[in-house]
Design a protein around this ligand. Structure first.
Ligand code: FE2
Length: 172
């Protein structure tokens, strides 16, 4: 049985971000399976921690670039959560290198992160970024089609907003 299956609760509806979160779920499940079937494997735990460090650098930067691009109003508080997680992973890596780490700590950290951060703080930015990306896409489309008149662009934006509200209502 899969420890933490991917579910709609984890999905933000932003394909690039979801793919990165999927990697984290797969990592958690692979580590949990390993710990359930063998004695903790130090080399594997080290690999997971190093993978997590790469993840924090790449994934958090990807999110923060989007926050800056679309001026997400809660970017600073969100970034503070990323920094906190990065520090925890760094401590675990240091502990691991000093021979003190337990695989169970890594599983707990990842599970807590998936539930609290992705299902909480990340879910909170998803509608904002989806709306911003959609608006940007429509404006680019209007520019490409030389539809410079507000009489054409405004109805396009309103239609997109209606669709977005309907999708949000479906999700709740
Ligand atoms: Fe995040």
């Amino acid at each position: 049985m899969i420890f933490m299956p991917w579910s709609r609760d984890l999905s933000l509806g932003l394909p690039a971000i979801d793919a990165q979160h999927h990697w984290l779920v797969d990592t958690l499940n692979a580590l949990h399976t390993e710990l359930a079937t063998h004695e903790p494997d130090r080399a594997l735990i080290g690999q997971v921690l190093e993978g997590l460090m790469d993840y924090t650098v790449n994934h958090f930067v990807a999110e923060e670039v989007l926050f800056e691009r679309y001026r997400y109003p809660h970017a600073q508080a969100h970034k503070a959560l990323h920094d906190q997680f990065t520090r925890r992973v760094m401590h675990m890596l240091t502990d691991h290198e000093a021979g003190r780490s337990q695989g169970g700590e890594v599983v707990s950290l990842l599970k807590e992160w998936l539930i609290q951060h992705i299902m909480g703080a990340d879910k909170a930015y998803a509608p904002f970024l989806s709306a911003a990306e959609e608006t940007e896409r429509l404006i680019a489309l209007a520019r490409r089609q030389r539809l410079r008149s507000p009489r054409v662009v405004v109805p396009l934006l309103s239609r997109a907003a209606r669709k977005r509200r309907a999708r949000q209502a479906e999700r709740t």
